[in-house]
Design a protein around this ligand. Sequence first.
Ligand SMILES: *Cc1c(COP(=O)(O)O)cnc(C)c1O
Length: 466
Amino acid sequence: MSKGVLRHLPSVTELIEAGPLKPLVDRVSRNVVVDGIRTFLDEYRQEINRDKNNADVASVAQIAEKIARKILLGERSSLRPVINATGILLHTGLGRAPLAEQAIEEMVTIARDYASLEIDLRTGKRSHRFDAVEELLCELTGAEAAAVVNNNAGATMLTLAALGGGREVIVSRGQLVEIGGSYRLPDVMHVSGSRLREVGTTNKTHAEDYENAICENTAALMRVHPSNFSVVGFTSDVSLESIVRIGKKHGVPVIDDIGSGAVIDMSSYGVRDEPLAAESIATGADVVLFSGDKLMGGPQSGIIVGSRAEIDCIARHPMARALRIDKLTLAALGATLRLLRDPQRAAHQIPLLQLLATPLENLRLRAESIASQLQQVQGIGKAEAAEEEAFLGGGSVPTQQIRTWCVAIDVAGDSLDSFHRKLRTGTPAVVGRVQKGQLLIDLRSVPPRQDEQITRAIAKQAQSTP
Ligand SMILES: *Cc1c(COP(=O)(O)O)cnc(C)c1O
C-alpha cells in the first residue's frame, strides 16, 4: 500500500510549477524553494513509511500550500519588531530603548554608503572613530575627553584592564553588583586582569576603609552605582566627593560606574537618585562609565568620559579594538546626543522620554478606549482599564514605581498563558505581562500609534480561540 502511495507523490518539477510555489521562486529564490520542496518530500516519505496504515496522499495543491507556508516562515527573521506592553520601559530582552527618528534616519543614511568613519575629510588623513561623538559627550558631561565601546560591561572591562594593569582596584563590598545575571562586577574585574580589593561591609563602608586599603599596588578606586537594588536600615557609604579626595591625596585615579547614565536631569520624569554624568565629572571622577541605551535612550553602547590622560590610555589599549562600535551605532549615538543638547527637544523626540512623560490621564483614556472595544469581542471574558505600577527596567531605579494604566484582560475559552503565547507569536507580536491571573497590557511602554494594532491583535486571537 505504501509503495503505491509513494509512487503518487508529486515530483519536484511538478510542485515548483504549482500555484503558491511558483511566485516564491521570484520572491525568495529558486534554490530556497527547491530545497524546501526536497526537505518536505523527504520528511513526508518517512512519515508514510512509518505509518503505513494512515497514509493518504494530499493533493498537489495541498502539499504545495504546506511547503509554501514553511518556506515563508523560514524567510521571516526571528528578530522581529515587538509591541512592548510589559510596562518595562528599558526591557533588556526587548532591546531596551527604541531609537529617535533622527537616530534612525542617520543610521539609514550612513548604512547605505561609505562614511567618514576614520578619515578627516578636510585633511584626507586618518582620524579617530570617536571624533564624531567626542565633542558632544564632552559638551554634555563637562569631561575633557570621551571614548565609546560596545556596551557598559565592555566599558568597565576595558577601563579596568587599561587603568588597572594587573594591580588592585578598590571597591566597597556594598557595590559588588550583579546586573542581568551575566554581568557581575567581581567577574568583570577578574577577566580584566585587575585584582579586586574589597573594602567595608555589605551595609557600611567608611572613608578609612579606602584609606587603609591603599598601598603601592593600588591602581584605582572604583565606585559602582547600585543600579538595581537598595540597602535599607543601618547603612553608610562614602560619597564620591570623599573618594575623589582620597584618590587625589594618594595620586590614584577614581573610576565611577554610574550605570544608567543620565546626561540630562531626569527628576521632571519622576526618575530620582540617578547619578548625572556631569555631576560625577564636576565632583572630580577621573573616568565615568555609563550605558547609551538606558536613560539616554540611545543605541546599545558603553560611554567612557573623563580626563584626557586616562581616556587616551583606555582608547589605546588592545581590548578597545575588540570592543569598538560600528558606524551604525556611532551614527545613532551622535543623533541622540545632538537631541540631548536641548532637553526640550529631547523630551519630544526621544521615545523613552516621551513614554516616561505621557500624562497618566492620557494612559487612562487610551486604556478605557481599548477596553471598551475589546468588551464587544467574542472570546474576551473581561477587558477593563486598571491603574497599575510600571518599572523602568534595564536594572535602573528598581525601587521607583512609575504610575500607569493597563488593560486587564481575561479570556474565555483559553488559558491565559496560551493566549499570551499566541499574542507573542502573532503579527504584530505583542508582549504583555501576566499578573494575578490576568493579562495586563501596560500602556506606559506603548506609543499611541500602536493602540489600534494592539486592539486588533487581541481581538483576532480571541476570536480564533475556540
Ligand atoms: C547596566 C549596568 C551595567 C552594564 O551595562 P550594559 O550596557 O548593560 O553592558 C554596568 N554597571 C551598572 C552599574 C549598570 O547599571
